[in-house]
Design a protein around this ligand. Sequence first.
Ligand code: 26M
Length: 825
Amino acid sequence: MWKLMQSYINNDKETIQQSIVNHVEYTLAKTRFDFSVFHAYQAISHSVRDRLIEAFNDTAQYFTHHDCKRVYYLSIEFLMGRYLQNALINLELEENYKEAVLELGYNLESVYEQEVDPALGNGGLGRLAACFLDSMATLNIPAWGYGIRYSYGIFRQLIKDGYQYEVPDYWLDNGNPWEIERLDVNYPIRFYGYVRKIHENGKEKSIWEGGELVLARAYDNPIPGYDTYNTINLRLWRSLPAREFDFNSFNQGDYFKALEEREKAEYITSVLYPNDSNYSGKELRLKQQYLLVCATIQDVIRRFKKKKRDWKELPEKIAVQLNDTHPAMAIVELLRVLIDHENLEIEFAWELVYRSFSYTNHTILPEALEKWGIDLLANLLPRHLEIVYLINFIFLEKVTKKFPNDLHRLSSLSIIEESNPKKIRMANLSIIGSHAVNGVAAIHSNLLTTTLFKDFYELRPKKFQNKTNGVTPRRWIRCCNVQLAQLYTEQLGGDTWVTDLTQVKCLENMVEDPEFQNNWQRIKRQNKEQLKWWVKENCGIDINLDSLFDVQVKRLHEYKRQFMNILYVIHRYLQIKKTTADQRYAKFLPRTIMFGGKAAPGYINAKRIIKLICSVADKVNTDSEVGDLLKIVYLPNYNVSNAQIIIPATELSQHISTAGLEASGTSNMKFVMNGSLIIGTMDGANVEIAEEVGKENMFIFGALVDDIEGLRNNMRNTDPSQYFPPELNEVFQKIDEGFFGAVDELRQLISTIRNRNDYYLIGADFKSYLEAQKKVDESYRNKKLWTKMSICNAIRSAKFSSDRTIQQYADEIWGVKAFQIPNPS
Ligand code: 26M
C-alpha cells in the first residue's frame, strides 16, 4: 500500500523565518544580518520552493502508485507570469509569510516586485496553457505540462517617440528558483540524416540515422493546486549539445569549428518566436517543435513502459492534448516509435495513436495555419515525411470509400497541399491523428464545422466538440484583486468560492444593496489608484481618478481593431474641440483611454497603429482646451504582471474584433470577473458572456458573423467616398492634413482601409460603435446603474473559470478522473 511519510516542514512564523534566513546564509552565501530586498526575494522563493517540492515529489509518487491515466498537455508556449504570490496563495501561506517577512524588515508586496515575469508565450494561447495547469492541479487531475524552456521570452517592449522597440528578454539573469534542473533526464534528438531500408523476417524496416544529434534536458516546474496537496509538473525542455564530439572536425584539427557546431545545439531553444499569427515557415521553428515533441514522446513512453503491459492499453493510460498544431508532429513521432522501434503493425499503431491524441484549434485566420514545405521536412525529418505520406494514403483510401469520385473533397481533406512546392497542412494532420477536435468558444467551434473543417466534419461529425475557454480565478481574482476576494469571502462566509466560482452567483440579491454597492465602488477606486501610480511611474502621465478607465490591452492585430478604437478617440477629441468651453464639462464625461500590447516585430501595420495611438496621445494630452476630459495612454510592455494591475482597475474594456475572427478571447473573461463592463462585438466568448451576464449589462455593437460576407461584397461595390460614415471621413481628413504629425506613415495606414480594402470592416461597424460609445457615457453618468451592471458582470462570470473548462476536457475528451493525494500534515 502506498504510504505518505510525515512532512518535516512546519509553517509557523518562526520556522518560516528560520528557513528564509538559512537560505540567505547557505543558498545565497550572504550574511544573515544584512541582505537586500533582492536577496530577500531569492531566499523567500527558495523557502517556498522547499514547501512545493515535498508535495511535488509525493504527488508524482502517488500517481505512479495508482497507475492512473495521465494527461499530457503539449504547448509550444506557457505564459506563466510570476510564481511567488501565486504559490503562496495556492499553498494558503500568504499570511504566514507576510508576517514572517515583515519582521525580517520587508514588505511582501515589494518582494513580489523583485521577480522577473517569465514570459515564455505570446498571448492568449500561452496564457491559456498556464491557466489550465492551475486548474488541472487544483482539480487533482494527473496531468503534466510539456513545453520549451526558452532562454529569451517574448521581447520587452519600449515605446520611444511613439515607436515600438524590442529589447531581448533574457529572463534567467538572476537564476530561477522555481525550476529543478534534471541533470539526469536528457533525451537524444535527431535532425537531418537519411532513412535506410532493411529487410527483417520478410518485412521492410526503416532506420533513420546520420544527421545531427542534440540533447533535450528536462527542467521541472512544480505547479501547486489551490486547497489541495496535489502539485503537478510543468516539464520544459532545453537543448544542449550531444555528448559525442564531432570527431570529423576534431580529426581535421578544426577545434573551433567543432565547438561552433556544439554552440548551435544550444541555440535551438534560445528564443521564443514573437508572432502570434502569421506562420513564417522557418527551419529553426520546426526544430523547436520537433525537439519538444521528440523529447516528450520519449518521456511519455518511458513512463508507460515502467509497468510491464500490452501496448493496446496505451490509450487507456495516456491522453495527449495538442495546444494548436505547433506540437502536432507528436502524432507522427509516436507512430514512428511504435512502428520503427517497437515493431507494431501500422494499423494497430495508428489506432493507438489517434485514440490517445486530441487537438485544440485556436484560430481560423488563414495566415496563421501552419503548412510546412515538403523540402524542409524531407531534409530535417526524412522519416516523418514518409510516415505522413503513409498516413495520408491510408486516410484518403478510407475517404474514397465513403465519397467515391469526389476529387474536390479529397484535395481539401488531404494532408498534402498540392501547391508548388507542396506543403504539409498541420491542421489536417492534427484532425486526422486525433479522436477529438475542439474550438475554444461556441461561435468558433461552429465556424470550424461549417467553414474551415467542414469536409472533416461531414466525415466524422462526432469528432468535433466545443470547449469554451476559461481563466483561473486564483490568479485573476484571488491574487490580482485581493480586496474583491475579501469581499466575496466575507459575504459568502468562507473562501470556497475560489475553487467553486458558481458560489458568487449567490450575491445576486446584493446587486442593489447600497452598502454592498459602496464597497464595490470603493474597491474599484482603490484599484484605479494603484493603476494611476503605475501609469505615473511608467508613462509619466497624470490621469484623472474620476475619469472612466477605458482599456484595450491585447496583442496588436488588425483583426482586433485597435485602429477602430483610436479612430473613435480622434472623433471624440474633435467633438470636444467643437464644443464651447462653458459646455464641455456638461457634454462630455472625462475618459482615460488606455492601450497596451505588443506588435510582432515584422508586422508593419500593427506598428503603424501604435504610432497613430501615440501621436494622438501626444496631441490630445497636451491640448489645454481638453484638460482632463480626455487622456490617452500607451501602457508599455503589456505582460501578465502588469495585467494583474490593469484589469482590476478597468471600468470599460474593449473586445471589438471583426465578428468571426477572435476565436475566444480570454482577457474578456478576466475583465468581467473584475467588474469591468465590455464594449464588444458578437465574437468569440463575448457571445457566451452576453448569455451569462445579460446583453443589457454589456455594450454590444457591430455586424454579426453571418453579415460579414455580405458587407465585404457591399464594400467592394460601393464608392469609397460613400462607404465610410461622415464622422470617420472627418477623422481621416484630419490625419491626412497632418494634424497628428507623422503624415507619411499615418497616411499609409489609413490608405490600407480606404480603397475598398477595409477587410476588417471598420467602416461598416463604425456607426454602431459610435452608438455603443454613447450608451457607455449615458450609463456611466448614472453611478448606481453602472455599479449594478459591474456587479452583475462579476457575479455571473462563473462559467468562465478554467475549472469548468478543464472538468469538461477531463470528462468529454480525456476520460480521466481526479486522484487526490491525502495531505500528510
Ligand atoms: C505560429 C508560427 C510561428 C510563430 C508563432 C506562431 C503562433 C504562436 C502563437 C501562432 C499563434 C499563436 O497563438 C495564437 C493565439 O494566441 N490564439 C488565441 O488563443 C486564445 C486561447 O484559445 C484565444 O482566446 C484567442 O482568441 C486566440 O486568438
